[in-house]
Design a protein around this ligand. Structure first.
Ligand SMILES: [Zn+2]
Length: 206
């Protein structure tokens, strides 16, 4: 189960990238709608201390849905996921075990598998046990049974596009390739788990 607080860095990176994606005015409107005025003056510090209420984070995501609708929210969240990976990489790579992985000597598939395995383990440690990771013929698979992206949300379609974007960016970082990433099940639309499947083979160049 998720802890009732999340690491400061997750809120930091989400707020930071949102400012960029939706602009300052959009960002302030979002904080107003979500009742999160306290983040107007100052973002939480970018560290791994578990101090931000999960409820603040859920309220923020709910606010994005409210303002931009489900379709709009998807692309914003996808973007947020991709950018967040790079901010973490630049500012705090130790956070999700992104340092000293020795990926270069491995085949591309093994690189992705190792990266996902480690970051899944780290996520369970930091956030509370909330997911399983495995690879199978279907692809690289995350089954998230307690998902912080969609906690408390009700949507028509899958909504954990930040998770989708994050994993696409992670695969690209590990191999240089773009992989197809799809959320095939999502708790917000009534499934038991959020299931993210990353293709074993990279996308063909267009
Ligand atoms: Zn989810």
């Amino acid at each position: 189960m998720l802890k009732d607080k999340i690491p400061n860095s997750l809120m930091y990176v989400s707020l930071l990238t949102l400012q960029d994606i939706i602009g300052k005015n959009g960002f302030y409107a979002l904080l107003n709608v979500s009742g999160l005025h306290k983040y107007k003056e100052e973002l939480p510090p970018n560290n791994e201390k578990v101090e931000v209420p999960l409820l603040d984070f859920s309220t923020l995501i709910k606010g994005i849905l409210e303002i931009f609708g489900e379709k709009g929210a998807r692309s914003i969240l996808y973007n947020l996921g991709r950018r967040s990976f790079n901010v973490i990489l630049e500012e705090n790579p130790a956070l999700l075990g992104l340092v000293g992985l020795g990926l270069k000597v491995l085949s591309k598939k093994k690189r992705i598998d190792k990266l996902y395995k480690i970051s899944s383990k780290e996520t369970n440690k930091i956030f509370g046990e909330n997911q399983n990771y495995y690879s199978s013929d279907e692809g690289f698979v995350f089954e998230i049974y307690d998902c912080f992206w969609c906690k408390g949300l009700k949507t028509e379609g899958p909504i954990c596009f930040a998770e989708v974007g994050w994993n696409a960016e992670a695969a690209k970082w590990a191999t240089g390739d773009e992989h197809g990433v799809e959320e095939v099940l999502c708790r917000a639309k009534g499934d038991n788990v959020c299931k993210i499947v990353i293709s074993l083979e990279p996308k063909q160049d267009e």
